[in-house]
Design a protein around this ligand. Structure first.
Ligand code: SF4
Ligand code: SF4
Length: 264
């Protein structure tokens, strides 16, 4: 990973390389600090908070810079890459090995031996769970990714993909199917949003399919962290609304660009 970071730094011509790790991962910090200097990388212990791993949060926590609304890391003169990408880069550049495997966290109350596993891309999820010792009881829900940002799956017949960071299995009693109620205007979603978005109003606009209003009110800055949906007492599917709006806006932009291209 450190070597991959150095390769990336050379390709991009950057002057400083950092790896951010939450401060409670002391063993990982100590392990990286042993070698980081050899690759010109500085290890930065970060406050433990959620969300911390998104690029805008990382840039702010490490450099103090702020990515402007609607902007990209480049606007703050930064590039953020995943540690898995950095490690894969070393394998590709030094050994000519394409991305054929990745580290996947297989976890959840019902998993017998939860842990991190190096799995081939395409490994069936059921096989990965078997590799982790199988289950202690019938799982009620499968989520690919983490508990906050992951995607619930309709079926267990899915494979590990290059973006599968985790496999989370919940027991039936935790896989609650709740009904969404109307907004009670408590403001908890607004208080909880790390991007300072007025989430409840955005959700109203999106429910009315007013994606133009959502765009004007910065929905594209949403990290999809799920904090708003987590704290909402009315159980509104807020993060799902944000994802839908972002996808619609991107699609509309592509259509507009294609139409503009056709006119030239
Ligand atoms: S998912 Fe919700 S809390 Fe997280 S950034 Fe988006 S609107 Fe804000
Ligand atoms: S947390 Fe839920 S109920 Fe409260 S203001 Fe936000 S959307 Fe409405």
């Amino acid at each position: 990973m450190l070597e991959g970071a150095a390769i990336l730094g050379r390709i991009l011509g950057v002057t400083r390389l950092y790896v951010g790790i939450e401060i409670n991962k002391r063993d990982a910090i100590a392990a990286l600090e042993q070698y980081a200097g050899d690759y010109g990388v500085e290890v930065i212990p970060l406050k433990v908070q959620y969300p911390q791993g998104s690029e805008k949060q990382l840039i702010n926590a490490i450099t103090g810079r702020v990515v402007p609304a609607g902007g990209l890391p480049m606007d703050a003169h930064c590039v953020v890459q995943n540690v898995g990408t950095a490690a894969a880069l070393t394998a590709a550049v030094k050994q000519g090995i394409p991305l054929v495997e990745r580290i996947v966290t297989v976890t959840g109350e019902v998993v017998k031996y939860p842990g991190n596993f190096r799995l081939k891309i395409g490994t069936p999820v059921l096989e990965a769970v078997r590799f982790a010792g199988g289950v202690t009881e019938e799982p009620g829900k499968l989520i690919l990714g983490g508990p906050m940002m992951g995607f619930a799956q309709r079926t267990f017949q899915v494979p590990v993909a290059k973006n599968t960071s985790g496999i989370l299995l919940l027991p039936e009693r935790r896989a609650v199917n709740f009904r969404s109620e109307g907004c009670i205007r408590c403001g908890r979603c607004v208080q909880g949003c790390p991007m300072k978005l007025v989430t409840c109003m955005l959700a109203n606009a999106i429910e009315a399919e007013r994606y133009d209003l959502a765009e004007q009110n910065h929905v594209m800055d949403c990290l999809e962290c799920g904090s708003c949906a987590y704290v909402c007492p009315a159980k509104r599917p807020l993060v799902q609304h944000m994802r839908r709006a972002k996808a619609e806006i991107r699609r509309n932009r592509q259509l507009a660009a294609a139409a503009a291209g056709g006119k030239k």
